[in-house]
Design a protein around this ligand. Sequence first.
Ligand SMILES: NC(=O)c1ccc[n+]([C@@H]2O[C@H](COP(=O)([O-])OP(=O)(O)OC[C@H]3O[C@@H](n4cnc5c(N)ncnc54)[C@H](OP(=O)(O)O)[C@@H]3O)[C@@H](O)[C@H]2O)c1
Length: 301
Amino acid sequence: MAFPDFGAVLAPADLPVPAPGPGEVLVRVHASSVNGFDLGVLGGVFQGMFAYDFPVVLGKDFSGTVEEAGDGVTSLAPGDEVFGVVMRPSLGQGGFAEYVVVSEQYGLAKLPGGLGHARAGALGLAGTAALNAVEAVAPAPGETVLISGATGGVGAFAVQLAAALGARVIATARPGAEAAFVTGLGAAWAVDPADLEARVRAVAPDGVDAALHLAGDGAAVTALLTGGGRLASTLHYSPERDVKATAVMADPNPATLARLAADAVAGRLRVPVSRTYPLAEAAQAVADFTAGTVGKLAITI
Ligand SMILES: NC(=O)c1ccc[n+]([C@@H]2O[C@H](COP(=O)([O-])OP(=O)(O)OC[C@H]3O[C@@H](n4cnc5c(N)ncnc54)[C@H](OP(=O)(O)O)[C@@H]3O)[C@@H](O)[C@H]2O)c1
């Protein structure tokens, strides 16, 4: 599923199977998922940051089987099951395809038994961003952590990871099914983002110890922190007040991916796939993601 130029729509494309270079592996992809990053790629917002090698295939996440190992690859062989995040220097290859070439060293980990491609394909980027964001604010047991954007892919993982550390998680979610979704993942409270300040103050009158800004107004989220509180923003919101702020740049190193996979296998981390689409319907998955979703939208190839 590729788009041939800026402004073009995502459509099936018949592309040659890419060849792995030194230190790279060719992966036969079995599963992927939609991330906010994909919308940015499609919308051309990364012009100037990354080269676009058209036609550009979408999909940061991948899970699949090594088909061929390039020169110098030592840790992987054909038949190995792997998953991770496509971290190529330019935009061109992606996980919404039958094949992708990725580095052996970075953005990849072996698929542990018991995880399965469907879950692994929805874990890489959102799980990594969530873990990096939670580690940036390092909540202590009993501390309050506001998660703005808790209903999305990153948020759904972050709620679970923060709650597992003993934090009291305040998660944004509309009343009803969204609120049930975040409390089911371990949030202590669901707060309607349409009335954020009043809802958060109702449960944390003096403000929250830490906040993850994954969606919404960064200034409004930051205003709810106590003095000296910690903020992590995947949207790179930069506050002007007295808080410790981290701009999260997801770092899918092998150790992080292996940690997430182990948590998922052990049942400590749910991969919250709300709908799965075949590759031929990837454009619909992207449209549905754009319109608003809860959890992850998975793609099977
Ligand atoms: N810097 C990095 O390395 C990095 C890595 C991963 C992700 N990101 C970014 O982080 C953000 C989250 O990623 P994602 O994949 O989790 O996206 P997502 O699945 O679209 O999640 C965003 C969630 O926030 C909700 N939301 C929208 N407006 C809100 C508001 N005002 N208050 C509270 N919640 C609101 C959305 O609900 P509706 O769908 O109903 O609107 C959605 O459930 C994206 O912008 C993504 O690009 C950055």
